[in-house]
Design a protein around this ligand. Sequence first.
Ligand SMILES: C[S@@+](CC[C@H](N)C(=O)[O-])C[C@H]1O[C@@H](n2cnc3c(N)ncnc32)[C@H](O)[C@@H]1O
Length: 313
Amino acid sequence: MDVATPAQALWNQRQVLSANAPRLRSLIDAVGRPGDFSPPQWAQVSAFTLEFAPDLIIELGRGFGNSTCCFLETARLMQRQPPCQLLSLCLTNHWHAVTLPKLQALCAPEWFAPGRLIQGDILDYSFAPLLESAERVLVLWDAHGFEIAECVLGNLLPLLAGRPHAVIMHDMSDLRFCSPPRDYGDSGLWKGGHGVYEKFWIGHICSSVGQAISIIDFATRNSLPLHSADESLFAEFANDAGRREELQRLLGDDLFSLQGHWFWFTLNEAPEPYVFPRFQSDKGKLPQGERRGLFTGNNPLSRLLHAIMPKSL
Ligand SMILES: C[S@@+](CC[C@H](N)C(=O)[O-])C[C@H]1O[C@@H](n2cnc3c(N)ncnc32)[C@H](O)[C@@H]1O
């Protein structure tokens, strides 16, 4: 399956994005969390989605909803029949409590219609029924930790393998195309936190989220190409001032950047047979809040609980 790279998508969709840029900016302002998902990422992910033309988008991790808005807006632009659907899973209620009231002045009821926004645990969600009728699936993997990685790689991917799909991974940078400080500064080692200040550098990947390690392992075992947005943006535009300037003119300096800080892959590019990690939902073993809230961080309470709980938990 051929997938347009992020750079090809940006170029192919530049006029659509340019015409829609004022609306994209109002949505970005309404969400008000550009640090969670940067304006250039809105444009890049919107373009990638338009080119991929999924009939189903699965958003893992909504938070305050940058990516949710980006996908709902892109679903509107796609004008697909039947319309592209968005399944969004998140533990938090930020969307309903904070973001939704701000969007209601900007967006008609139809805009929200493709979205099925669930407040719940990704680890407990049963993806199979939804995927039965899906033809092209785009996944945004923006919820962190090794448990979710096991769920994505061991539960969701086997269901996607037989159909066209692509998975976008947020919070991973390509060291071949960006230059964060090499020194540790005041930081110790990355020890398993999510989105923390400490980062790990492995090969050309720099990240502070555990799934970056899990995907390196999975990609290596499956001979799966792991692409960064940046490698395509640099390859297409770094030495092409004409096209770069056109994109800058059409999108503005706020929405255009050669930096992506996201990766993507599709199992459709890997040779079969694929290998997957075992995933067992531990639903019911512990109350939900405890299982996810206390056991995933590297906080003192989590370490204490790990020390005193029986290993089988
Ligand atoms: C980095 S934020 C997502 C940001 C969002 N994509 C955006 O563009 O603004 C990650 C979210 O994943 C959620 N999350 C973490 N573990 C989860 C789980 N097991 N099930 C559902 N959501 C989870 C967190 O609550 C958090 O809101």
